[in-house]
Design a protein around this ligand. Structure first.
Ligand SMILES: O=P(O)(O)O[C@H]1O[C@H](CO)[C@@H](O)[C@H]1O
Ligand SMILES: Nc1nc2[nH]cnc2c(=O)[nH]1
Length: 291
């Protein structure tokens, strides 16, 4: 194998991704069909995985490590509601200093392991003034702010085996899965907290100023965070079905008459309090999706 990461701007080659996936599969008997990426403080879903086999990221030579509180840095293989899954307890963020391709590299590894559906979860700030802390938002669409300004995850040489040079991103978030999640949330009595909207990715790690929050609202964003979009873009590029859901952990400040400032501790605390609702939706969704 060539030195890993030779193509520094575009990441691991197709063969390298295949080899990383094959290496990981030697640690587990499971063969996942659904990949789930857990957002900040939302890794508790892993406790519901049956027959779990856990691999630390630091056991996998080519994997980055999680450096953010609330991201444990483990791959969890097993069955969720009878479906073979792999969960990432801990994702990688651009602000940790990883190049964008590396942030989303695990999605290609998941695909190489046989995953056909990606579920992404995150903690996000509410930008839509009608939202409240603790709401859940099905992601209907996203705004790739880094991508629009030259930091798209697909920058670099393209290997058509990963996907086309100029991929469409319309319809990234699968409509059938979104409808199924809406049905499930009604059945579970979550309609009063369930929203649907547009997630905007900022690079972070700074939380938004008031002026920036106003700008994000003007752009049409309903929720803001520092993740998810590169993963969803790489998944769509590779032909995966994608479902995304945000837990609104705080409301951004849209006026200057506030002394309130978002902290990561607050994000984790709300995550701890409300993660159960998000986990119920995701586990019921996985139970009822075809794989
Ligand atoms: O998107 P996840 O990983 O849930 O994390 C969110 O929470 C952190 C900020 O508190 C940021 O990393 C933001 O993106
Ligand atoms: N305001 C805000 N809240 C968050 N909660 C989780 N991520 C974010 C973010 O990027 N901004």
């Amino acid at each position: 194998m060539a030195a890993l990461g030779d193509m520094s701007s575009s990441g691991y080659s197709f063969d390298e991704i295949q080899s990383i996936a094959n290496n990981i599969l030697t640690f587990t008997k499971h063969r996942p069909k659904v990949g789930i990426i857990c957002g900040s403080g939302l890794g508790g879903l892993a406790d519901q995985v049956d027959d779990a086999e856990v691999i630390s990221y630091d056991q996998i030579p080519e994997f980055p490590v999680s450096t953010v509180a609330g991201h444990a840095g483990k791959l969890v293989f097993g069955y969720l509601q009878g479906k073979p899954v792999v969960l990432m307890r801990g994702r990688f963020h651009y602000y940790e200093g990883y190049p964008m391709w590396k942030v989303a590299m695990p999605v290609r590894v998941m695909k190489a392991m046989g995953v056909g559906t990606l579920v992404v979860t995150n903690a996000a700030g509410g930008v839509n003034p009608e939202f409240q802390t603790g709401d859940l938002m099905i992601i209907k669409d996203h705004i790739d702010l880094p991508g629009l300004t030259g930091e798209c995850v697909l920058i670099g040489r393209n290997d058509e085996r990963f996907g086309p040079r100029f991929p469409a991103t319309v319809g990234t978030y699968d409509e059938d899965l979104r409808n199924l999640a809406k049905t499930i949330s009604v059945e579970l009595g979550y309609n009063s907290i369930m929203r649907e909207g547009t997630y905007i990715m900022i690079g972070g790690p700074t939380f938004e100023t008031v002026a920036e929050s106003r700008l994000l609202r003007t752009f049409g964003a309903d929720a803001v965070g520092m993740s998810t979009v590169p993963e969803a873009v790489v998944a769509k590029h590779g032909g995966l079905r994608v479902f995304g859901i945000s837990l609104i952990t705080d409301m951004v400040a849209l006026d200057y008459n506030t002394t309130r400032a978002t902290t990561h501790e607050e994000v984790l605390a709300v995550g701890q309090k409300r993660a159960g609702d998000l986990q119920k939706i995701v586990s019921n969704l996985v139970a009822r999706m075809t794989v």
